[in-house]
Design a protein. Structure first.
Length: 365
């Protein structure tokens, strides 16, 4: 973690940041400024509050170090990037980006902030590596409110897919080259998001709604209509991952459609069916012509990894326990929380490697 020291230009800031991360990793009941200060032996939380608000350091520079740190420890084998958003329930109207809006976390419309995140998942583990606060149009069109919350003057309204495109592009610029990008319907239904990935030759598997239309021959058909006509011999049962209640087993069917892209990739429609309820899910895919239906099913099943990341960061590194209201405060706390969570992942990876070495050594002896 020494690599992040350069982000903080002064010794006192490095000390405060180090203490803040230690506090996020500690056994504090609620990881707000007062309880973290008490955990660190401080009478008042002023140092922590200054770190998150007025101190001079760049949260995006720390984010870049986080990407490098996660990439170094997770490796490149079997890598995917996963996009998703999570909600942060809030009271009042002053926290930056807050309004009544749908939160998938709560499953309903709530007064909340929405953050869009990108996770890196490999055969070793997974970690959140980037974040963006979704700023609703009501905020973007209110200069006084923006100024009070410290929103940068050049910020403009961006949809969630647009925020995701920027983060994926940045991760690729930082050297992350995933086998696939995975995302849910919010992103999959956005044609510009899919074209952004295709233009870069980036393979993807994205969920779409049942009314998404595809060209079949000379006519357009809804994906649920195509699924209803899938030949019985194209279905196969496949376990994509281990869940809390055992293997995640689904029935899958996939078919190629369209011509190759300019980058030489093949489009697919992938269909997932629950073996008991028969509920269907639909994915548009763009992948190598050599990819198989099982390759796509296996990759699609890894989207759950980002949910594991959210749960871990919220339960163990205080992702959603902040009390800041400003733009800088949100990005600073969130990035420090993600760094702490990535550190836990790195520790677990190292512990697994040590255990594996000891097991091999004992077998030889």
């Amino acid at each position: 973690m020494n690599c992040v020291g350069a982000v903080f230009p002064r010794r006192d800031l490095r000390r405060q940041a180090s203490g803040y991360v230690r506090g996020l990793l500690g056994s504090v009941e609620r990881k707000n400024s007062w309880q973290l200060a008490e955990h660190l032996g401080h009478e008042k939380p002023f140092g922590i509050q200054r770190l998150l608000s007025r101190a001079s350091w760049d949260a995006d520079a720390l984010r870049d170090e986080l990407i490098r740190y996660a990439g170094d420890h997770l490796g490149k084998k079997d890598a995917v990037l996963i996009v998703d958003e999570t909600g942060f329930l809030k009271k009042g109207t002053q926290s930056v980006g807050v309004q009544r809006q749908y939160s998938g976390t709560a499953g309903r419309i709530e007064n909340c902030q929405i953050g869009v995140f990108v996770a890196l998942s490999t055969s070793k583990g997974h970690a959140l590596i980037d974040r963006a606060l979704y700023l609703p149009e009501s905020w973007c069109s209110d200069p006084a409110r923006r100024d009070e919350a410290g929103v940068p003057g050049d910020s403009t309204f961006a949809t969630k897919p647009q925020l995701a495109m920027k983060m994926i592009g940045h991760a690729r610029d930082q050297g992350i080259r995933p086998d696939y990008v995975l995302a849910d319907e919010v992103y999959g239904n956005d044609g510009k998001f899919r074209r952004f990935l295709e233009d870069r030759g980036q393979a993807y598997i994205v969920a779409v709604k049942s009314d998404q239309r595809l060209w079949v021959g000379l006519e357009q058909k809804r994906v649920d209509q195509i699924a209803a006509q899938a030949p019985s011999n194209t279905w196969f049962r496949y376990s994509v991952a281990e869940g809390s209640k055992g293997p995640r087993v689904y029935d899958w069917s996939a078919a190629r459609f369209g011509v190759l892209t300019e980058k030489g990739q093949q489009h697919w429609l992938l269909i997932r069916r629950h073996p008991r309820s028969k509920e269907l899910a639909y994915y548009l895919c763009c992948a190598s012509p050599q990819a198989t239906a099982k390759d796509l099913a296996r990759a699609a099943g890894r989207r759950w990894s980002i949910e594991v990341c959210f749960e871990m960061a919220k339960q163990q590194t205080g992702l959603d326990e902040y009390e800041v209201r400003s733009w800088d405060g949100w990005h600073r706390h969130i990035t420090l929380s993600l760094l702490a969570a990535a550190f836990l992942t790195a520790v677990r990876i190292e512990a697994t490697l040590v255990k594996s070495r000891r097991t091999k050594k004992s077998r030889k002896s």
